[in-house]
Design a protein around this ligand. Sequence first.
Ligand code: AHR
Length: 504
Amino acid sequence: MGQKAKMVLEKDFKISEIDKRIYGSFLEHLGRAVYGGIYEPGHPQADENGFRQDVMEMVKELQVPIIRYPGGNFVSGYNWEDGVGPVEKRPRRLDLAWRTTETNEIGTNELMSWAKLVNAEVNMAVNLGTRGIDAARNLVEYCNHPGGSYYSDLRISHGYKEPHKIKTWCLGNEMDGPWQIGHKTADEYGRLALETAKAMKWIDPTIELVACGSSGRGMPTFADWEATVLDHTYDHVEFISLHQYYGNRDNDISNYLAMSVEMDDFIRSVISIADYIKAKKRGKKNINLSFDEWNVWYHSNESDKKIEPWSIAPSQLEDHYNFEDALLVGCMLITLLKHADRIKIACLAQLINVIAPIMTEENGPAWKQTIFYPYMHASVYGRGVSLKPIISSPKYDSKDFTDVPYLESAAVYNEENEQLTIFAVNRHLQEGLELECDIRNFDGYEVVEHIVLENDDLKQTNSAKGTPVAPHSNGNAVMENGLVSAVLPKLSWNVIRLAKRKSS
Ligand code: AHR
């Protein structure tokens, strides 16, 4: 007898409409993300601007709605002016964040053109490490002002007549981290973020701003940092950021798959802090969350120590993800969906080659990592309203966590297309989970597809030679008398897609 879990879904039990930006990603000037990733002139698949079309196709498959750029740690030493205007005049700079050489062949305008080709918005970060108010306000003027001023006319002279109209902006990156160029205390950063926010919005009042939260829940300044930063910036920003990476360092799968429970706790804590500041200010607006860096990151830590300093676009942070990583990424996506009322932006860090779902070979093919699939499924099928599922599941304890449910699940209702999608991970190591889901008021709905990602080898990776970790559609979900029944195989990611039967 396998384990059993139950779930109830009601159309009217809504968490929130999902902001599509929760399926965002991130492209930093780091390693082979930009050079050798999106851009490889001379590659057989490169277009006239040097952008790899095979990579663009994969990004489009993921339907990435927004891309954070240009960093990351990189942004804290970046002069945006280096990356605009005639390419042959752009300087080479030492990037102190990653100890590499930045050629500046790709900058703001090229990136905006590329983003347009993959149908994505850009979430632009400004440098609050080595620079500040002046560089940030000039960049907003350069990007968003129509014309008739120094920086907007400069953009036009660079061949970009129309403003880029960038809506979402990050006020620096991980300013709480001692590794950050221009690291600051919470008060120092809070004051700078406030004054920068004011100047940026005086130029374009329609923009939305993200203040830096902690670079992880484990930071010693966590919680105080958020409270202090929001105390300074509450009236002038819309978001506070969260960053978190996990790894199976102890090779303990039960504990590893439970790490999304900690992510959930992190999210709840940041919501509480944002609400505390709202109460303190007698404020009216909620500060929402931008989980703008999340992923698994640990496989490449050792090999990165051997990188030759000041090389150009070395292989850096190139984690090769295995099957168990895809399961945790699935749990993390479900966790984001469970907080769709407060998380309005999230970025899988990152997109290409650097801790990424898409990898490229120099002069060779692009290929899909294991984590590509849960990310794609959530982005493609997870548009609509996040429903509040009532779940009862057997539980287990692991090294760091208690009462971890074997079933991790979220559901998305797309009213317009009359579709209901259940995302589910079975964390059980040995047994299938018999799921019974009561979808009481979804009259006339039927199972369209039950996608499953499973593999007998937790350490199986994909490569340019093949993708042994890939989903199949042979799941056994059936619909009978308002109940969806399925066996979720041991250690599996599942997407059960339902839709209203078309009347003939
Ligand atoms: O995504 C890689 C790095 O992780 C980013 O540059 C930084 O913000 C974080 O520490």
